[in-house]
Every structure is written in structure tokens, then in C-alpha cells.
Design a protein around this ligand. Structure first.
Ligand code: HEC
Length: 154
């Protein structure tokens, strides 16, 4: 089934009261539907404003690190790429401390920890200077970015 079709069915079976169903037939309350579809179902971390700023800053430097790594790989500069992966994404002592203070959500902290450990494995893979393995490992590490963003919000 295509996506709009699936969404229509989901809306029809899951959340339309008889009154709303009638409304749907006569011309749907578009604003209500829009609001429903915009609902953010991710787990909130409820960070303090200060921690929230701190975390976003940290995240922005993760993007810079990934961009730097891709540029270095393109130039086959594997050792430099390994340094960036280890120092900027890996589980350094500083990173461990920072992660622990941001949130006390256990699942979030575990995912963060697994992510940083995967970045250390990434650094080791870069040292093999095998491009295919390196790209595979980068793909695996970035899966943590994707997974965490799909699961949690500030
Ligand atoms: C353990 C969880 C976790 C991991 C892993 C993670 N992030 Fe995030 N990231 C977050 C959360 C939570 C937010 C806030 C999202 C929100 O509130 O909508 C965020 C926000 C961001 C933002 C937005 C920054 C801003 O200024 O608005 C960027 C960019 C980002 N992450 C990049 C990355 C990249 C790149 C990676 C992987 C290399 C990564 N993140 C890994 C949890 C994570």
C-alpha cells in the first residue's frame, strides 16, 4: 500500500470517533488531522535549558566530525580519520563525563555509550586502510545517530 493510503487507513481505524468520522465524510477537519500527524512520539529527555544547549552544541560538533572524516577518507588519509573518530566521537574520558551529566535516562545513556564505543571501533577500522570496510563501519556508527534521533528528543 502506498504511504498516503496507509495513513488514511491508520487514521480510520485508530483514532476517528463517530463524530470525527462524519466530519471526515463531509470534509475533514484539516487542522486537526495536521496536528495529529505532527505529534512527536519520541521520548522526551526533559533536559534543563543549560544541558539542552550544551547537548546541541555537542551534536553540532558531531556533524563536523563526520564531515571531516568523509573528507579525509576521500583523500585516503586513514590515520587522520582515525584520530578524528577517536578524539571527537569516541569514548574519551571527557565524553564519558559529559554523557553522564546530560541525562539520567538509562536507555539514552546506554545508546550514547554504545555509539561512542562504535566510534572507537570505527577508528580501529580506519587504521586497516581498507576503504570498503571503513565506509561500512562509518555506516554502522551513523546508525546510532539515526536510531537515537528516532527514539529521543530533548
Ligand atoms: C544517544 C543519542 C544520540 C546520538 C547517538 C546522537 N544524537 Fe544527535 N541528538 C540527540 C538528541 C536527543 C537531539 C535533540 C533532538 C530534538 O530534541 O529534536 C540531537 C540533536 C542533534 C542535532 C541538532 C543540533 C542543533 O543544533 O539543533 C544534530 C545536528 C545531531 N544531533 C547530530 C548527530 C550526529 C551526526 C550523530 C552521530 C554521529 C548524533 N547526533 C548522535 C541525540 C543523539
Amino acid at each position: 500500500m502506498n504511504k498516503p493510503g496507509l495513513i488514511t487507513v491508520l487514521l480510520a481505524v485508530s483514532c476517528i470517533s463517530p463524530a470525527m468520522a462524519e466530519n471526515t465524510l463531509t470534509g475533514m477537519d484539516h487542522r486537526a488531522m495536521h496536528q495529529h500527524m505532527m505529534m512527536d512520539e519520541r521520548t522526551p529527555l526533559n533536559l534543563s535549558p543549560q544541558m539542552a544547549q550544551h547537548q546541541l552544541q555537542n551534536m553540532r560538533s558531531h556533524v563536523v566530525a563526520v564531515q571531516t572524516i568523509i573528507g579525509l577518507l576521500a583523500n585516503s588519509d586513514f590515520n587522520q580519520a582515525a584520530d578524528v573518530a577517536h578524539n571527537q566521537l569516541g569514548l574519551t574520558e571527557e565524553m564519558r563525563k559529559m554523557c553522564n551529566v546530560i541525562s539520567d535516562n538509562k536507555d539514552f545513556n546506554e545508546l550514547g555509550l554504545a555509539f561512542h564505543q562504535s566510534a572507537d571501533q570505527l577508528a580501529d577500522t580506519f587504521k586497516t586502510k581498507d576503504m570498503k570496510k571503513s565506509l561500512d563501519a562509518l555506516h554502522d556508527t551513523m546508525q546510532y545517530c539515526v536510531q537515537c534521533h528516532a527514539t529521543f528528543r530533548q
